[in-house]
Write a protein that binds this ligand. Structure first.
Ligand code: PEP
Ligand code: MN
Length: 366
């Protein structure tokens, strides 16, 4: 998506002028009573516009609760009639799309596991073709922006213009306080590539535990995300899925009331200060790039020297010494150790690449 795709603005088809868009409801529909009680509670919260619930649940292992299936769609119809909220469910298969449409579901969403598989996304796109149904596309499990964009494009190619992307965090191999690392740079890059595509954040699946949700939700609003999807259950501790991350409706209300919605417009003085700081950043980035270019030029010279003198490219002892020294210097300057390690590794990789190019280039004398 190098150029922006045409998308119907959210305010034209969903919100009655209210922003951010708030979607709430249980991870899974369990019983008619649980669904309706939760729906009536969340319907009392003025910010909530859409009720969510999983009917078909993608579970890691067979035998876990896999959702109530199509029966739950009737409960959602009741939610619509009794509360006036719009309703949304996850679809993972063309059959799910067909059932959901038959039951008047207002919005469909594709889950993280489905989006990871272009075959499934394509099948769903074909089932949706010709129906004017809004679709939300979660990010795939792995931090792969192209895969996310690919799924949005497939649904868009099916004629869907009422589209929303959902940022639900990414699988991350390192230890982290989150169930799925937020990696904000990915949804922000999506925003840059497709400015008209609304993006909402699902802090429940990012956090994995209730206590962290409000901080991540506030952060999403500070990053100008267009809304939030928050798992809500009348009795979270007893929930059959994702018990640790669901909020009871009263806590959801407290949290929504506590959000600071920062103004995008800023006064002139603030803007001047921001511009000054940004100019400074531009200047420093220029210097940083020049320094990197100078460093790599010297690396090339060393490469040629090594080639002339038949010395191997990789001098492990020297590199280990550099890492130790630069980590000490950098942390002393207040830079994070993890960041420094990644930065040094990247510079080293590029240096080795350039020197091996020199070794392989027959035109270079020596
Ligand atoms: C869900 O929203 O309940 C769900 C299964 O989410 P995800 O696809 O993000 O894991
Ligand atoms: Mn869930």
């Amino acid at each position: 998506m190098s150029t922006d795709i045409d998308i119907t603005p959210l305010l034209e088809w969903l919100s009655d002028g209210r922003k951010p868009l708030i979607i709430a409801g249980p991870c899974s529909a369990e019983t008619e009573e649980q669904v309706l009680r939760t729906a009536h509670e969340v319907a009392k919260i003025p910010q909530v516009q859409v009720f969510r619930s999983g009917i078909w649940k993608p579970r890691t292992r067979p035998g876990d609760f896999e959702g109530v299936g199509a029966e739950g769609l009737r409960w959602l119809q009741k939610v619509k009639e009794e509360t006036g909220l719009k309703v949304t469910v996850e679809v993972a298969h063309p059959k799910h799309v067909e059932e959901a449409l038959k039951h008047g579901i207002d919005i469909l969403w594709l889950g993280a596991r489905t989006v990871a598989n272009p075959f499934s996304v394509q099948e769903i796109a074909e089932a949706i073709k010709g129906c004017d149904i809004p679709v939300m596309v979660k990010n795939p499990v792995s931090p792969d922006l192209k895969l996310w964009i690919g799924a949005v494009e497939r649904i868009h190619s099916a004629g869907v213009r009422k589209l929303i992307a959902i940022h639900r965090g990414f699988h991350y191999f390192k230890r982290s306080p989150f169930r799925n690392a937020p990696m904000w740079e990915i949804p922000i890059e999506l925003k840059r590539l497709a400015p008209s595509l609304p993006i909402i954040t699902d802090p429940s699946h990012i956090c994995g535990k209730r206590e962290l949700i409000s901080t991540i939700a506030q952060k999403a609003l500070d990053f100008e995300m267009d809304g939030l999807m928050i798992e809500t259950h009348v009795n979270p501790e007893k929930a059959l899925t994702d018990a640790a991350q669901q909020l009871p409706p009263d806590e959801l209300k407290k949290m929504l009331d506590s959000f600071v919605i920062r103004d995008k417009r800023v006064d002139v003085e603030f803007f001047d200060t921001l511009e000054e700081l940004r100019t400074e950043i531009d200047k420093l980035d220029g210097e940083l790039l020049q320094i990197l270019a100078n460093r790599l030029k010297i690396i090339d010279e060393i490469g040629e020297f090594k080639k002339e003198n038949s010395i191997t490219i990789l001098q492990m002892k020297r590199w280990a010494g550099i890492v130790k020294d630069r980590l000490a210097q950098g942390t002393h300057l207040g830079l994070r150790k993890d960041f420094l390690k990644e930065l040094l590794a990247l510079i080293h990789k590029e240096s080795i690449q350039r020197q091996s190019d020199i070794f392989n280039d027959p035109d270079i004398k020596g």
